[in-house]
Unconditional design. Structure first.
Length: 80
């Protein structure tokens, strides 16, 4: 950041903010127990050919697999 005062240039540096990944914060939610959940895909349209059981299972929240959990937490800035 620069400021001018009577012909003298003053420079002060501010550390940049670390931003959360915007797409990740829209897609994932952290539960009270610390699990990361997401909405299952394929439940928006063309539902007539899908079975009732399949649609009912898609309505439930999915849980992120432990192998991908560290990556999603990094996108959400939940860990360093």
């Amino acid at each position: 950041m620069q400021g001018r005062q009577q012909g003298v240039t003053i420079r002060s540096y501010i550390m940049p903010k670390v931003k959360t990944n915007s797409s990740a914060k829209k897609r994932f939610k952290v539960t009270g127990s610390g699990l990361i959940t997401f909405q299952k895909p394929f439940k928006r349209h063309i539902l007539t050919k899908k079975s009732t059981k399949r649609k009912r299972n898609m309505a439930k929240d999915g849980v992120v697999h432990p192998s991908n959990e560290a990556f999603v937490k990094r996108l959400l800035r939940l860990r360093g």
